[in-house]
Ligand binder design. Structure first.
Ligand code: ZN
Length: 532
């Protein structure tokens, strides 16, 4: 019997987790994520899957993040009719995240089509709509941690807590009769792994004695100083007290899921202990409010040492669902706290608050996560003196601060320890979902110490391996690749670079007039000079 794996996503330097397992009796997907990052990759979201959706028997989903779940509605739209197995936490988060992703795609495409129409270019259709996403949710079926399920004949699977996000899992899969001497072939897909001491999450868990481990490598090249709940809260408290003394607003751009809830838990805890002055914490994002409700409902699946449900139900927390409620926050002047999406300030209600507060020197903007190139958050971190929000120039007088103590991912040593704890690993380790340096560093951390170097693989996008042989055997895929291998390896800068030049051309062309073009070019020049 043959079992192959195809890396349809989350391969070397590629985001968007998706693995296809093909056997004579059927096909199984683990994750079906949206590609994020460089334009070349994002274009894959619009292209065909490298398989027929109607031939997939079932999907096993590791967690709700869009780079793992975001193409499920496209799969359903393409004819997939099987079940999507996920933990209850993942299902509840997906029930808000996927429709939200659908509506974001609809509005992005309608914006793009307005530009395309003006230039005589053909219309594009969204990858999927909000309606498609809602329809896809019907396929979701709940699983419990550490309990076997049978997604198809001859295959069973078990979910383990990955400690990365509410409901996140590593998935153990057994293919009956495909291993040594007719035994099952045993495989473990890490999903995204959380750090050891993560707020709200217990440490990741998984079984031992595996034929193949497929492990994420996102921060394989990082070695972070240890952060405890106490040390992180101390840092946060110092920032909050500084804003309170200045008597202005504290704006926290935050990602709707998990980061927002971590911040609320820390802020409320500090207020209850009297470490920071009590003040209203406005949660000003409909998606984050819904995600917070999911966290309250699933509080018993989170870290038992933290009273999550009580802290997230604190009277200090004010949820502003409607636009009118959100606008009412603008009437406040003294010290208060606003948490709003998006985390990188490139969309969402945070932009209204920034417009109101960024030019005042008594306000603080506290960034708590990764800021991608080209986002407003990145401009602020890089020290921009003025920015443009919704077409209007705004001077930056507020203090711009950052805290790096919140992380959803294990670092290099933690990933290496997690892999080591799975031993014996008989046939091989596939390192995926990381940039070149992250993959190389993690590979070095485990080579020889944990598994022989010859058993470590870093597959490229669309690579296929036969897994039933003594060592994984790569198959010839030269004519089945969606991107040339050189293009994939160099994505991190070559394609970024050409995409950037195209984007600059487009943006300058689309500006209102020559004066606006001049301003844009001067700002680009300034950003460039700041790098030198
Ligand atoms: Zn994730």
């Amino acid at each position: 019997m043959s079992v192959t794996i195809r890396f349809c996503g989350a391969a070397r330097t590629v985001t968007g987790s998706c693995y296809l397992f093909a056997m004579p009796r059927g096909r199984l997907l683990v994750d079906c994520g949206l590609f994020q990052g460089p334009k070349t990759l994002k274009e894959l979201n619009y292209g065909k899957f490298p398989f027929r959706p109607d031939e997939i028997d079932a999907v096993l989903l590791t967690h709700a993040h869009i780079d793992h779940s975001g193409l499920i509605p496209k799969l359903t739209r393409g004819g997939f009719r099987g079940p999507v197995w996920a933990t209850r936490g993942t299902i509840d988060l997906c029930s808000y995240l996927l429709p939200d992703a659908g509506s974001i795609q609809e509005s992005e495409v309608s914006m793009l089509n307005r530009r395309n129409a003006a230039r005589g270019r053909p219309e594009v259709t969204p990858i999927y709509t909000q309606r498609d996403a809602i329809a896809a949710l019907d396929a979701f079926r709940p699983v419990d941690y550490e309990t076997w399920i049978q997604p198809m004949a001859g295959v069973r699977a078990r979910y383990w807590n990955a400690g990365h996000l509410l409901g996140s899992a590593s998935i153990e899969i057994e293919f009956a009769g495909a291993g040594e001497r007719g035994k099952p072939l045993r495989l473990l897909v890490s999903g995204d792994l959380g750090p050891d001491a993560k707020l709200l999450q217990t440490d990741p868990e998984a079984p031992t004695g595996i034929d193949y481990v497929i492990c994420e490598s996102t921060y394989g090249d990082e070695d972070r100083p240890a952060v405890s709940n106490d040390s992180r809260r101390k840092t946060l408290a110092a920032e909050v007290r500084a804003v309170q003394e200045a008597g202005g607003a504290l704006l926290i751009p935050a990602f709707a899921v998990e980061r927002t809830q971590e911040l609320i838990v820390d802020l409320v805890d500090l207020m209850e202990r009297g470490a920071i002055p009590a003040a209203p914490i406005f949660l000003d994002s409909p998606l984050a409010i819904r995600a917070t409700n999911v966290f309250r409902q699933h509080a018993d699946s989170l870290d038992p040492d933290i009273p999550v449900e009580r802290l997230l139900s604190s009277p200090h927390l004010r949820c502003t669902e409607t636009v009118d409620e959100s606008k009412a926050i603008h009437k406040l002047s003294g010290f208060h706290i606003i948490i709003a999406a998006s985390g990188m300030c490139d969309a969402g209600r945070i932009r209204h608050h920034l417009k109101r507060w960024l030019w005042r020197d008594n306000a603080t903007v506290l960034l708590t996560g990764f800021q991608a190139q080209g986002t407003l958050g990145r401009f602020l971190i890089d020290g921009a003196q003025a920015v443009r929000i919704q077409g209007e120039p705004v001077k930056v007088k507020a203090r711009i601060r950052r805290i790096d103590d919140y992380s959803g991912h294990a670092d290099g040593p933690e990933l290496a320890r997690w892999i080591a704890a799975r031993r014996p690993i008989k046939r091989g380790v596939f390192l995926v979902h990381g940039e070149e340096t992250a993959l190389a560093d993690l590979s070095q951390r485990i080579a020889e110490r944990t598994v022989p170097a010859a058993k470590i693989f870093t597959p490229l996008l669309d690579d296929i391996y036969e897994l039933t042989t003594v060592a994984p055997t790569p198959l010839d895929v030269s004519r089945r690749r969606r991107l040339a291998p050189e293009a994939v390896v160099n994505l991190d800068w070559h394609n970024d670079m050409s995409a950037l030049i195209l984007d600059i051309n487009d943006a300058v062309e689309a500006a209102a007039d020559d004066r606006a073009r001049g301003v844009m070019i001067r700002r680009l020049r300034r950003a460039l000079e700041a790098e030198n």
